[in-house]
Design a binder for this molecule. Structure first.
Ligand code: SAH
Length: 227
C-alpha cells in the first residue's frame, strides 16, 4: 500500500487538494502529522468529491508514528542538501516504490519551510521532482499530484519481486540506529556532537529493501560486542 504523509501542513485547502489528487490516481491513504488546522471547511471545498478519502484521513502526532510500519520511505524536497539520504528523481522513486512488498510512504514538508533535517533523515530516500532551476518549489498539493501520477503510471513497469523475505520496517531500522549509537558512544568512538549518525543513515539509505533478518544479525553482533 502506498501512503502519503503531509508534515505540519498549514493551509487546510492544500489538504483537501491533496485528498483529491491522490484519489484521482487510485490511492486512499493520507496521513497528516500535526496539521495546523484540520478538519476545516477549506479542506472540504478543495476535496470536492474525494469526500471518502477525507473521512479516512488520519491525524498523527509525529512523523515517526505515521511511518513506523513502512518498509520504504521517500522524503520529498525541492532543495538539494549537503547531507541527505540517497537522492532519486520522482519517476525512479515511483518505480522503486511499486517494486516493494509492504507499506511505502511518501513524505511531504510544509508550505513555508519544507521538511526539517530530522524529518528528512527519518526517511531512506530524498526525492526531487525535476523543475525549473530558478523556481523549483511546487505547491504542496501539486507536488502530491505529481507523485500520485508517477506512482499510477509506474504500475505496468514494476516487476513483482520473487523473494519472500520479510523486509525491515522503519521501526526495525530505527532500533538498529539506536543500537549503533549506543555502541559508538560506549566505545568512545562518537561524541554527542558527532555527525556520524547522519553518515550511517546515509549508508543504510543506499541499501534497498533491507531485510528484518539482516537488521537482526547486525544488532546481534552489536549486542555481543557491547557485552
Ligand atoms: N518552501 C519550501 C517548499 C515548500 S513546498 C522549501 O523551501 O523547502 C511543500 C512541499 O512540497 C515540500 O516540502 C516538498 O515535500 C514538496 N515539493 C515541492 N516542490 C518539490 C519538488 N520540486 N520536488 C520534490 N518535492 C517538492
Amino acid at each position: 500500500m502506498i501512503r502519503f504523509v503531509l508534515c505540519r501542513p498549514q493551509h487546510p485547502g492544500n489538504i483537501g487538494s491533496a485528498e483529491r489528487a491522490i484519489k484521482t490516481m487510485g490511492f486512499t491513504d493520507l496521513r497528516l502529522v500535526a496539521p495546523e488546522r484540520y478538519p476545516a471547511p477549506e479542506a472540504q471545498w478543495m476535496a470536492t468529491n474525494a469526500g471518502d478519502v477525507l473521512q479516512e484521513t488520519k491525524v498523527c502526532s509525529s512523523l515517526k508514528e505515521a511511518i513506523a510500519d513502512c518498509v520504504a520511505t521517500f522524503a520529498m524536497s525541492a532543495r538539494g542538501r549537503e547531507w541527505s539520504p540517497q537522492v532519486l528523481d520522482v519517476r525512479t522513486a515511483a518505480v522503486r516504490a511499486r517494486e516493494v512488498q509492504g507499506d511505502v510512504a511518501f513524505v511531504f514538508g510544509n508550505e513555508q519551510a519544507g521538511l526539517t533535517n530530522e524529518e528528512l533523515f527519518a526517511c531512506q530516500n530524498l526525492v526531487h521532482i525535476p523543475a525549473s532551476k530558478g523556481f523549483s518549489s511546487l505547491n504542496l498539493a501539486q507536488a502530491v499530484q505529481v507523485v500520485a501520477y508517477e506512482l499510477h503510471m509506474a504500475v505496468d513497469v514494476a516487476i513483482p519481486s520473487a523473494r519472500s523475505e520479510q523486509l525491515a520496517t522503519v521501526d526495525d531500522i530505527e532500533g538498529l540506529y539506536a543500537h549503533l549509537e549506543e555502541a559508538a558512544m560506549k566505545s568512545g568512538f562518537m561524541t554527542p556532537q558527532s555527525r556520524v549518525r547522519e553518515r550511517w543513515r546515509r549508508l543504510f539509505s543506499r541499501v534497498p529493501a533491507l531485510e528484518r533478518e539482516e537488521v537482526n544479525i547486525l544488532r546481534g553482533l552489536l549486542k555481543a560486542l557491547l557485552k
